[in-house]
Design a binder for this molecule. Structure first.
Ligand SMILES: NC(=O)c1ccc[n+]([C@@H]2O[C@H](COP(=O)([O-])OP(=O)(O)OC[C@H]3O[C@@H](n4cnc5c(N)ncnc54)[C@H](O)[C@@H]3O)[C@@H](O)[C@H]2O)c1
Length: 320
């Protein structure tokens, strides 16, 4: 039985969305987040305000620090869901240290904590570990070619998880998320960034004229795919399992941008040359997770974009 879950990164986009759904299911959540300033803290605080109800306790702790775990050790926890990290590909060129500290050191601390408490761990990896794949859709067993520091820290997480699970007989599940978007999403990612730039009359920087593909995953689909996994985790062997969390329908970015342009009736773009660290295409094979979650139908992309835009219009002050 899973009744008490520690969720890290609960004030972040994905952590918040999963926590919200688990609270609706009356699960007790210990939420941890250091509320870093990578993007507007107002947005993180607004997410926390929604979560602050019965069964939710929040701790503003930093997972890089060992003392965080001394404070958490006595708490009743049946499962750790680790979503805290330093995300973003482009930012990893300006601030590589942040990735090593928040993604590598903090992850090692989490692994040690799970080992010490003898509890299972579900953590966020990323589609970026695949890099420029040779064939599509990419499967969990495919060769990895990470192209940037962010992707390398995520592959490092997977390797550390593999070693810990083998050495200490631990059940660890890594989720390779593919470009997630939707309500309460991240302002540094394409869809909300375009909406926000338009609203502020700023030109959106578009690389390579949008000639690349992304397997965009709507947040409500991600939650539907991930939740059954949390409750069925004991069906997994005590080993390290990796799962793609994707829609399995890549879209060319210029097409997606056209949908946004039609939605907001504004075209504000500045074209920039391609950037080396970006991968050309992401397209994940989601056979495994679809079988586990039994999810057959994904949200229609136009409806998902409309919902995201409607949310943005109500909450755009959080982006200031
Ligand atoms: N959003 C996506 O499209 C996507 C795609 C692939 C992988 N991921 C991964 O999924 C996870 C969640 O991503 P997100 O989009 O919700 O990002 P997010 O930035 O919105 O959430 C991460 C949260 O972790 C917190 N955090 C960071 N370092 C911390 C530390 N040392 N101690 C405590 N808290 C810390 C941040 O304050 C933030 O609120 C991350 O691991 C990310 O790398 C996300």
């Amino acid at each position: 039985m899973v009744n008490n879950i520690l969720i890290t990164g609960c004030a972040g986009f994905i952590g918040f969305s999963i926590t919200k759904r688990l609270l609706e299911k009356k699960i007790k959540i210990i939420g941890v987040d250091n509320l870093n300033k990578y993007y507007n803290v107002k947005l993180k605080k607004a997410r926390l305000k929604i979560l602050k109800k019965k069964n939710f306790s929040f701790y503003k702790y930093d997972l890089r620090k060992k003392k965080t775990f001394q404070k958490l050790i006595k708490k009743k926890i049946d499962l750790i869901i680790h979503f805290a990290a330093q995300p973003g590909v482009r930012y990893s060129y300006e601030n590589p240290d942040s990735y090593v500290e928040n993604n590598v050191q903090a992850f090692l601390n989490i692994l040690n904590f799970a080992r010490q408490k003898k509890i299972d761990l579900i953590y966020a990896s990323s589609s970026s570990v695949y890099g420029d794949a040779k064939s599509f859709p990419v499967k969990e067993t495919d060769f990895l070619r990470p192209k940037n520091i962010y992707a390398i820290t995520k592959r490092n997480n997977e390797e550390m998880a593999e070693i810990y699970s083998k050495s200490y007989n631990m059940r660890i599940i890594g989720l390779r998320f593919f470009t997630v978007f939707g309500e309460w999403g991240r302002p540094d990612m394409m869809i909300l960034k375009y909406l926000d730039y338009c609203s502020k009359n700023k030109k959106f920087p578009l690389y390579n004229k949008g000639n690349f593909f992304r397997d965009f995953t709507y947040i409500n689909d991600l939650v539907k795919l991930t939740l059954p996994l949390i409750f069925k985790k004991n069906k997994f062997k005590k080993c390290h399992t990796l799962l793609n969390i994707s829609t399995g329908k890549p879209i060319k970015v210029d097409l997606l941008l056209n949908k946004l342009i039609n939605l907001v009736s504004r075209k504000l773009i500045v074209n920039l040359k391609p950037k080396q660290p970006e991968v050309f295409k992401t397209f994940g094979d989601n056979t495994k997770i679809k079988k586990i979650s039994k999810l057959k139908k994904f949200e229609n992309i136009d409806i998902a974009l409309k919902k995201t835009y409607a949310w943005y219009q109500n909450y755009k002050t959080l982006f200031k």
